[in-house]
Write a protein that binds this ligand. Structure first.
Ligand code: ADP
Length: 177
């Protein structure tokens, strides 16, 4: 079974155990996927986020999902792209790892990620897609709980980058990807 799946959809419509939010360090909402998640979840999500007092880049925090069709939202803060020499790859990989670690701690079976940092934070799509696919695939090699990880694309360019990254990654032995 392919436990890593690339799909093109609005992440707020997915009924999974948790969706991941590409948040900013304040955790107090923003544009892009962050805005869409807060709009769909309702104001109680922002109220819970206020109690968390922010989140450093590369880390992740968990809240309830409120009006979303999910139990949890995992908020992670991707790096802003500054050219690639300021730790961006390690920080982006950390976002995926930390989010997956929270999912494991809570016994989740299904999780969906947006393309973290690929919007206003400006991370080059091909490089970000490779990190997303490789990091999730590596995690799935040892995970027992997670049945499905969706990498959600919003638009054709993102979908193409992810498909390429997955086909490059298909050299890895199953069941990782
Ligand atoms: P960041 O600040 O981390 O770059 P953005 O929200 O600007 O975050 O963009 C991250 C990615 O999320 C982009 O690829 C963007 O196209 C995508 N995105 C925006 N809205 C949605 C949505 N409703 N569902 C899934 N992905 C979305």
């Amino acid at each position: 079974m392919l436990r890593l799946e690339i799909i093109e959809t609005d992440i707020t419509r997915l009924a999974v155990d948790a969706i991941v939010n590409a948040a900013n360090e304040s955790l107090l909402g923003g544009g892009g996927v962050d805005g869409a998640i807060h709009r769909a979840a309702g104001p109680e999500l922002l109220a819970e986020c206020r109690t968390l007092h922010g989140c450093p880049t590369g880390q992740a925090r968990l809240t309830r999902g409120y009006k979303l069709p999910v139990r949890y939202v995992i908020h992670t803060v991707g790096p802003i792209w500054h050219g690639g020499n300021q730790g961006e790859p390690a920080l982006l990989a950390s976002c995926y790892r930390e989010s997956l670690a929270l999912a494991e701690q809570h016994g989740l079976q299904t999780i969906a990620f947006p393309a973290i940092s690929c919007g206003v934070y400006g991370y080059p799509l091909d490089q970000a897609a490779r990190i997303a696919v490789d990091t999730v695939a590596a995690h799935l090699q040892t995970s027992r709980n997670l049945q499905k990880v969706y990498l959600v694309c919003f638009g054709a360019a993102t979908l193409a980058a992810y498909r390429q990254a997955l086909s490059d990654c298909a050299n890895l032995p199953p069941p990782s990807c």
